[in-house]
Design a binder for this molecule. Structure first.
Ligand code: NAD
Length: 463
């Protein structure tokens, strides 16, 4: 990055710091109008968005529309409908000590925010948290991932068509740019990315005591007992894994299956894959590519390492490096020392691990970092409750994969290694706001009438 480019970033930052008190005063109606303009601009650039995503990693139009554009449009519409209600100052009841007082919670904007996003849903994740940020009355610098340059161009074009630079601006660049930004004082930092970089972000936030939201990743398990037909499970499990070619934060990472179903599951999965993608899945327009060489090699090494350590591969293990293509791959009998059972896979590879008792499966999950999502395929309500009670994860989803992210009234987020804080909808609004208590005490019976100097036997009696 050239010196004068850093100067431009400094100017953007300074202008937003200067402007943040004006932005904070925008009325809820004014913010809703901006959200509406954002929606209109996104819809007007629809074709450019899908083209950018295709150029970056050959994302199919259907996935671009359904997983990148649709979630933002729904988020904007949810905010347009509910913002007045969410942003309204709320009165709370008093106890006897504050009898007759006026106690309320006022939502105030945090101030100047930094939103850092990853490459895997480069359009959705650069913009979806901006919706809550703007709705709450903040300014924002959006820093997208350097690995999705074509999508970033449209993101910048859209943002510049709606907001002035001292309100919202996109800053593109690599690690040096993010590091430069992280040295500055932000009132709030919202980060989506890996747990490894999440630690860098949290440490940077600590320097200025900026509040930080971390949307991270991890190994999300998918548990299968013996109460549901395999055909239903297979299509939902494989879809969840292969959307965006496995490069999804909440993709099921590995399967835990009751031992007596392992062979049938593998047979059923192969049948489904062959039927869906034909003899050569590389020709399918539905499968995106791996984002770059580094990730291609990382995923291929994970497969090779587990096979070298004794894993069986009944399907897949086929590559085209030039095209950054990895065939969907199934692995069974994976040795516990294989790296693939410890690192987030983030690619089209499904290790299938068998268990004999549900406690074994629960222990397997609890020996690892807390996942972002936990999928259970079962009709056994007691078992579902037991797994949910005895594990910790960002979310639990029953008999489906991925779609919990679409629910408008549920928070989205991880726990510890998979994330800190919740985003989207009302939870996103609260995340980008400070819930400020404002208390106007009834002077006729104020507590300080009874507890005040001089302390004496009368004060003691009250206590
Ligand atoms: P990443 O952590 O490598 O990068 C994310 C962002 O951080 C990018 O903008 C990047 O430029 C920046 N960055 C990278 N290294 C940095 C450093 N040393 N210092 C400062 N900034 C740095 O993640 P990624 O590879 O882009 O995305 C994949 C990860 O993101 C996976 O772990 C996935 O599970 C996670 N993810 C989480 C969610 C969620 O909502 N929880 C959504 C998508 C992806």
């Amino acid at each position: 990055m050239l010196r004068n480019e850093f100067q431009i970033i400094d100017q953007i930052y300074d202008s937003q710091v200067e402007n943040k008190f004006i932005i904070k005063k925008l009325t809820v109606n004014e913010r809703i109008i901006l959200l509406q303009k954002l929606e209109e601009s996104i819809l007007a650039h629809r074709q450019e968005i899908t083209q950018g995503l295709h150029l970056d990693f050959r994302k199919s139009i259907i996935e671009a529309e359904s997983t990148e554009i649709f979630p933002i449009i729904s988020e904007i519409r949810l905010f347009r409908k509910n913002l007045k209600k969410w942003a309204k100052t709320k009165s709370v009841s008093n106890n006897i000590v504050f009898f007759g007082s006026n106690a309320k919670i006022q939502y105030e904007a945090k101030g100047n925010c930094l939103i850092i996003s990853p490459w895997n849903y480069p359009f959705q994740l650069a913009l979806v948290h901006l919706v809550a940020c703007i709705a709450a009355g903040n300014t924002a610098i959006v820093k997208p991932s350097e690995f999705s340059p074509n999508t970033n161009k449209v993101v910048k074009k859209i943002i510049n068509s709606v907001f002035s630079s001292n309100h919202v601006e996109v800053v593109k660049g690599e690690i040096d740019v993010t590091t430069h930004l992280l040295n500055k004082k932000f009132d709030h930092i919202h980060f989506t990315g890996s747990p490894k970089v999440g630690k860098i972000i949290m440490a940077a936030g600590a320097k200025h005591l900026s509040s930080v939201t971390l949307e991270l990743g991890g190994k999300s398990p998918l548990i299968i007992d013996d109460t549901m037909p395999l055909e239903t499970i297979v299509s939902k499990a494989i879809w969840g894994k292969l959307v965006n070619n496995g490069q999804t934060c909440i993709a099921p990472d590995y399967i835990l299956i009751q031992e007596n179903r392992l062979n049938d599951f593998v047979k059923s999965a192969i049948k489904y894959l062959e039927k869906t993608f034909g003899q050569d899945p590389k020709e399918s327009p539905d499968l995106a590519r791996i984002i770059n060489n580094k990730n291609f090699h990382r995923i291929r090494d994970l497969i090779q390492d587990s096979i070298a350590k004794g894993a069986k591969c009944p399907y897949g293990n086929d590559y085209d490096e030039k095209e950054l293509y990895i065939k969907p791959t199934l692995l069974t009998h994976v040795d516990s020392n294989s790296e693939i059972l410890h690192e987030e896979i983030f690619g089209p590879v499904f290790p299938i691990i068998s268990y004999t008792t549900i406690n074994e499966a629960i222990n397997f999950i609890n020996e690892r970092e807390k996942p972002l999502a936990l999928y259970i395929f079962s009709k056994n309500k007691a078992l579902i409750q037991q797994i949910s009670d005895e594990t910790s994860s960002g979310a639990v989803m029953v008999n489906e994969t991925l779609i919990h992210i679409m629910h408008p009234n549920l928070p989205f987020g991880g726990v510890n290694n998979s994330g800190i804080g919740s985003s989207t909808g009302k939870f996103g609004f609260e995340d980008f706001s400070h819930a400020k208590p404002v208390l106007d005490v009834n002077q006729l019976v104020s507590p300080t009438k009874f507890i005040n100097y001089p302390y004496n036997s009368r004060t003691q009696k009250i206590i």
